[in-house]
Ligand binder design. Structure first.
Ligand SMILES: NC(=O)C1=CN([C@@H]2O[C@H](COP(=O)(O)OP(=O)(O)OC[C@H]3O[C@@H](n4cnc5c(N)ncnc54)[C@H](O)[C@@H]3O)[C@@H](O)[C@H]2O)C=CC1
Ligand SMILES: O=C([O-])CC(=O)C(=O)O
Length: 379
């Protein structure tokens, strides 16, 4: 009886949400097949993340042009992906002399360029190589994708782009990018994002396993008056940064709620914080997370595109310029819109354990931010 009730509520929700989606599409005057033209560039497209990310972006119907750039091997990746019979036109660019063309007119630039960790390394150990890579790519982005709103936009292009930074250490590469854009006079804090989606993906997976709920299903529950209410999918906000203890999952806000012990929450927090290391060790010298990262990067880019297209209430966690704490960059829930960040949302109520975690992460995150800013200004 109860299960047939749940089934009928589920199908009612499916019907009403598809009707709402249809109405939204009509209001905005486009369907998926006639969605606005959107160009996405992947810089580092021939790499471990870049290749599956290129595939996933090729499958995204919101993308009309897919620009794949790397310092080597992009023609092969682009030729391969371009045979897939989906909407976007794919072009591959190789070598710095072609970066300008790759970036021309882009709406979203995703950056997974740079070296990955090996066992025993921290993300900060990647700084010396990746900081320079990110700086040079952001210099090109400033030149070829300047913000239309700034005083002296480049004459080379009038496009504006959202930047999705994947390259590690994200806690420092995002401040580096901000400094490069500031120096070039093209900085718009609404358009720069550190991609922390993989932390959320992991937190959801680990939490659902522990709470014994299906991770990918729409969740319904009875409220105290025994009415069935829609609660969405498993969700866990993750705030702070993207390295070790700076990754702070907020399991006290996880949905659906589960009665987990303090020990279970501590173990889940630690596993989320060490998720990257778990993969690095399992790959035993052959790199870090690539497939789950490509999935997470594709999810975040899709959210950015939806925001640009005017889809309401697109909320994702991301590492952005922030006043949520005293730190200038911080990951929290962000509402995405037509200009990128529409609103940086606050932390919400924290448990004592999370409050403690927040205070503990601040010195490390502060140091990583300062390191990035110093690098950008000294080099
Ligand atoms: N934000 C996150 O959650 C995650 C970040 N990462 C980071 O993503 C980065 C990439 O990881 P993988 O794809 O596994 O590495 P990879 O070594 O497989 O691929 C990196 C690609 O970047 C390219 N590249 C190097 N310099 C470049 C430049 N100047 N311009 C364009 N492309 C350039 C390389 O040719 C290579 O194809 C690493 O820094 C890694 O730590 C990895 C997983 C998760
Ligand atoms: O751990 C790494 O080096 C890659 C990464 O950022 C992650 O998997 O979260």
């Amino acid at each position: 009886m109860r299960s047939s009730m749940i089934r009928s509520v589920k199908s009612a929700i499916a019907r009403s949400s598809s009707a709402a989606a249809g109405a939204q599409i009509q209001r905005r005057g486009f369907s998926v097949t006639s969605a606005p033209e959107r160009k996405v560039a992947v810089l580092g497209a021939a790499g471990g993340i870049g290749q599956p990310l290129a595939l996933l972006m090729k499958l995204n119907p919101l993308v009309s042009h897919l620009s794949l750039y790397d310092i080597a091997a992009t023609p092969g990746v682009a030729a391969d992906v371009s045979h897939i019979n989906t909407r976007s036109e794919v072009k591959g660019y190789v070598g710095e002399e072609n970066l300008g063309q790759a970036l021309e007119g882009v709406d979203v630039v995703i950056i997974p360029a740079g070296v990955p960790r090996k066992p025993g390394m921290t993300r900060d150990d990647l700084f010396n190589i990746n900081a320079g890579i990110v700086k040079s790519l952001c210099t090109a982005i400033a030149k070829y994708c300047p913000n239309v709103g700034v005083a002296f936009p480049s004459l080379l292009s009038s496009s504006t782009a959202l930047v999705n930074m994947i390259s590690n250490p994200v806690n420092s590469t995002v401040p580096i990018a901000a400094e490069v854009f500031k120096k070039a006079g093209t900085y718009d804090e609404k358009k720069l994002f550190g991609v922390t989606t993989l932390d959320v993906v992991r937190a959801k997976t680990f939490y659902a396993g522990k709470a014994k709920v299906p991770v990918a299903e729409t969740y319904l529950r009875c409220n105290p008056t025994w009415r069935i209410v829609f609660c969405g999918e498993v969700n866990v906000p993750v705030v702070g940064g993207h390295a070790g203890i700076t990754i702070l999952p907020l399991f006290s806000q996880a949905t659906p709620q589960a009665n987990l012990s303090a020990e279970e929450i501590t173990a889940l927090t630690k596993r989320t914080q060490d998720g990257g290391t778990e993969v690095v060790e399992a790959k035993a010298g052959k790199g870090s997370a690539t497939l789950s990262m490509a999935y997470a990067g594709a999810l975040f880019a899709d959210a950015c595109l939806k925001g640009l297209n005017g889809v309401p209430d697109v909320v994702e966690c991301s590492y952005v310029q922030s006043t949520v704490t005293e730190l200038p960059f911080f990951a929290s829930k962000v509402r995405l819109g037509k200009n990128g960040v529409e609103e940086v949302l606050g932390l919400g109520p924290l448990s004592d354990y999370e409050k403690e975690g927040l205070e503990k992460l601040k010195p490390e995150l502060k140091a990583s931010i300062e390191k990035g800013i110093k690098f950008a200004n000294d080099n």
